[in-house]
Design a protein. Structure first.
Length: 140
């Protein structure tokens, strides 16, 4: 089950049903099942604090994924900075909703097993994000 939360931001996410169905489809295509997924929309300050406390990193980021997966069941928490997503959307010239969808599925792809530590990993992650975004469009 996917649950949506907000922390330290007035942002309200309105595409819960569509996003949940989409993430279930992405998981299924990877041969995985959804367990408990928390998607927490927060501020830059909130995510920076998480980054410092749990990862020892002193920089802003758009998402931090905590993986609680067991076997083929995907479970975890996706903390997403709405502020950074908005900034990145402007930087890349992308609509906010598209960039937010990309970041959400990026977190799910980490739970599936994708990584982004090397150039080849990043390229594979980006290709998987693009396929997932195409799937989202087909569900609309």
């Amino acid at each position: 089950m996917i649950r949506y939360y907000t922390q330290d931001t007035p942002f309200r996410f309105k595409r819960k049903r569509l996003t949940s169905n989409w993430l279930k489809a992405v998981s299924g295509e990877a041969g995985k099942r959804l367990g408990d997924i928390g998607i927490i929309f927060c501020s830059d300050a909130c995510l920076l604090g998480i980054n410092r406390r749990y990862l020892g990193h002193d920089y802003y980021t758009d998402i931090i994924t905590f993986d609680y997966c067991e076997g083929d069941v995907l479970s975890g928490d996706l903390f997403i900075s709405v502020d950074t997503v908005r900034d990145n959307a402007a930087f890349y010239g992308a609509p906010f909703e598209e960039e937010l969808s990309r970041v959400i599925v990026h977190g799910l792809l980490h739970l599936i097993g994708y990584d982004d530590h090397s150039d080849s990993d990043t390229a594979a992650m980006r290709a998987a994000e693009d396929r997932a975004l195409a799937l989202l469009e087909s569900l609309r």
